[in-house]
Design a protein around this ligand. Structure first.
Ligand SMILES: [Zn+2]
Length: 263
């Protein structure tokens, strides 16, 4: 229904606005509730009518009303992303447990991706509770609410997902370090992949890892050629993992039939 889609889009934009606060404050260890939103440049509090998701950014042409300093387009992008993905989840799952779980998962992926892009950290305060939440949702979907969609894995599948996601990457990181002597994939990426396994089941891990490695290498290579930077310059990996997980979330069944056709 179109009314539902519009309401879900607006709700997604409002949540996106809160995600922006998380992205800006979690790396600093600052409180998420106080002080109220303010301009990062002049510290002036943002008036409530200038704090309407998506609309205010366009209306103010991306500038602070007090000092005129440009505000990062990230604020707009995050709101639009959360709103659009919420609408897509609603289209796919209606208003169901799968929608709710997908919504929480997507919100976590957005916060992790943009913090990694910003400060090259995958925050434990999102990924570790994310692992627990994914496991809990799988139990709820199996034993409490009979969820008609196949998005949420069985508790066993989710648990194996955590172990495969965490364990495989851990082994890879150890191997890489032993072989090359330099630290490879960060521990944050490993916890993120364990979280993805908890939400989407172990079958999501090979695809997510393959997709992230491929796109990450191509884009990393592009950067190296374009800017002439060295082999290791710390391309954030989490956004690629998150993108892979998102594709799996929406197209997982099709993808599984593609690489496991006998199922
Ligand atoms: Zn300002």
């Amino acid at each position: 229904m179109i009314q539902n889609a519009i309401l879900v889009f607006i709700f997604g934009a409002i949540v996106g606005s809160f995600l922006n606060v998380c992205i800006a404050r979690i790396p600093k260890g600052a409180s998420l509730v106080s002080p109220p939103s303010h301009c990062p440049n002049c510290k002036d509090p943002i008036r409530f009518y200038d704090n309407i998701p998506l609309v205010s950014y366009i209306f103010l042409l991306g500038r602070c009303r007090s000092c005129g300093e440009g505000i990062s387009p990230r604020y707009f992008v995050v709101e639009l992303l959360m709103a659009s993905l919420a609408a897509a989840l609603n289209y796919e799952f209606g208003l169901s447990l799968a929608f709710f779980v997908g919504f929480v998962f997507v919100a976590g992926l957005i916060v992790i991706s943009f913090i990694d892009l910003d400060v090259r950290i995958v925050p434990d305060v999102i990924s570790l509770p994310g692992i627990v939440a994914g496991l809990l949702f799988s139990v709820v979907a199996r034993y409490v609410i009979n969820d008609p969609f196949e998005l949420i894995p069985s508790p066993l599948n989710a648990l194996i997902g955590v172990l495969v996601g965490g364990g495989f990457l851990l082994a890879l990181a150890w191997g890489y370090e032993a072989f090359t002597g330099v630290e490879g994939m960060g521990g944050g990426d490993i916890k993120l992949l364990a979280m993805i396994g908890a939400f989407l089941g172990w079958t999501s891990i090979p695809f997510t890892l393959f997709f992230a490695s491929l796109t990450g290498s191509v884009i990393g290579l592009g950067f190296m050629i374009g800017k002439g930077v060295g082999r290791r310059f710390g391309l954030p990996f989490a956004p690629f993992l998150c993108l892979g997980a998102l594709l799996y979330l929406f197209f997982g069944n099709e993808l599984i039939q593609f690489y496991l056709p006998e199922r």
